[in-house]
Design a protein around this ligand. Structure first.
Ligand code: S3P
Length: 433
């Protein structure tokens, strides 16, 4: 958990210019960390996420018996347990990380020891029934506390299931696949929206075979994993803040190298293009199934247009919606977001907090149960912003502040470190004043 609350003043900018390489993707880092603990042999990871969330996954891996050490040049070495997780005398602390808690539930489902999974105040409010249901159907004993953490889990002999996820969630899909890897028979997960597929790609990278169909993925139980050497691509959800900032300033030029461009994650680039931004992609390559490339963004001279985000798009852009809503007042026609009810059960109620903070900056905004209408053509003014301890809210409103009149004070600014500790320093580097 991050200790003291800090505030940050964000001054308006004149332009966004520069070239950056970002720390590793949070979703991929979690999966590599957890699978390396299950695998036999040693895994070496370069450009592992620097966020506190992924440190929670690494700490849990260590508590389960994996040996974690930091080498030079930021390389992390993890020696796995070969599937023999040790008992833990203390609860496994998932901090603020829903990914750690949900994916661990799947990973531990076949282990005979009893574990307790705990999290901070925000994580202890988030829904866990979505992961309890399939994993207990497979045979693990799982108890929640009123639908939430703390979770107690005692694993055992698992049987495969065929599971259709009721809410689109890559965390749940991955948890079921992690358990399926250790079950008897072939486990299938069906999803109506294709959520991020890093779990599938990571399992393949560590040596498992999976079968992918249009709307489902299957894994045969009893396969063993081997450690890997991998470079984690830059985090596109962290990049989103800078890409959106650059899209706001005619004359901007931002280049991001070695960025993760997995098609299940790169929908933001399509949205920015639809809004009129010029996006170039260069130097594409594939590593362990993950697409990596250089992205260049230039803002349109006449400003961004407007768009509606709904249906499956909302699920694919779930982490980018706060920043898109925060820049929406500066577009010509505004941004409408629907079918994004999941935003209400993230690290904070992101629909409520985005609406509240936009209003604090003087914007007109309409809130719906599953989204927001943010009209365009609005000039915002600096204000006091409340992050609610949510990293993406702190960063989204730091971006909105760049085009506001006057200074903006971000309360709870430290929460950015959950996914992106370098955020403010890098923002200062690319913001021209
Ligand atoms: C993630 C999936 C998404 C996302 C989260 C990371 C993942 O959550 O919001 O930041 O790594 O699988 P859900 O699975 O709850 O949609």
């Amino acid at each position: 958990m991050l200790a003291t609350q800090t505030e940050r003043t964000i001054r308006p900018a004149r332009n966004i210019l520069g070239s950056l390489r970002l720390p590793g993707d949070k979703s991929i880092s979690h999966r590599y960390a957890l699978l390396s603990a299950l695998a036999s042999g040693t895994t070496k990871l370069t450009n592992f996420s620097t966020g506190a969330d992924c440190a929670s996954s690494l700490a849990c891996a260590e508590a389960l018996g994996a040996k974690v050490s930091s080498l030079e040049n930021g390389v992390i070495e993890i020696t796995g347990t070969g599937g023999q997780f040790q008992a833990s005398a203390v609860p496994l602390d998932c901090g603020n990380s829903g990914s750690t808690m949900r994916m661990l539930t799947g990973l531990l489902a076949a282990t005979p020891h009893a574990y307790t999974l705990v999290g901070d105040e925000s994580l202890s409010r988030r829904p866990m029934e979505r992961v309890r249901k399939p994993i207990s159907q497979m045979g693990a004993e799982i108890a929640l506390t009123d639908g939430h953490a703390p979770i107690t889990i005692r694993g055992g002999k698992l049987k495969a299931i065929d599971y259709a996820t009721p809410v689109p969630s890559a965390q749940v899909k991955t948890a079921v696949l992690f358990a399926g890897l250790q079950a008897e028979g072939t486990t299938t997960v069906r999803e109506t929206v294709r959520t991020r597929d890093h779990g599938e790609l990571a399992l393949r990278a560590f040596g498992a075979e999976l079968e992918r169909r249009t709307d489902s993925v299957s894994i045969k139980g009893g396969q063993s994993l081997q450690g890997i050497e991998a470079v984690v691509p830059g985090d596109i959800s962290s990049a989103a803040f800078f890409l959106c900032a650059a899209a706001l300033f005619p004359g901007s030029n931002l280049v991001l190298d070695a960025l993760g461009l997995n098609p299940t994650r790169a929908t933001l680039l399509d949205v920015l293009t639809a809004l009129g931004a010029h996006i170039g992609v260069l130097n594409l390559e594939e590593k362990h199934g993950e697409l990596i490339g250089t992205v260049q963004v230039n803002a349109p001279a006449q400003g961004l247009t407007g768009t509606t985000i709904s249906g499956g798009l909302a699920a694919q852009l779930i982490d980018e919606l706060p920043v898109l809503a925060a820049i929406a007042p500066y577009t010509q026609n505004g941004i409408r977001i629907r079918d994004a009810k999941e935003l209400r059960v993230k690290e904070s109620d992101r629909i409520a907090l985005v609406a509240r903070n936009l209003r604090a900056m003087g914007a007109e905004v309409e809130e719906f149960e599953d989204g927001l209408d943010v009209p365009g053509g609005q000039q915002l003014h600096g204000a006091e912003i409340h992050s609610g301890g949510d990293h993406r809210i702190a960063m989204a409103f730091s971006v909105a502040a760049l085009r506001a009149e006057g200074e903006t004070l971000i309360q709870g600014a430290e929460s950015a470190a959950i996914s992106f500790p370098e955020f403010y320093d890098l923002l200062e580097q690319i913001a021209e004043r």
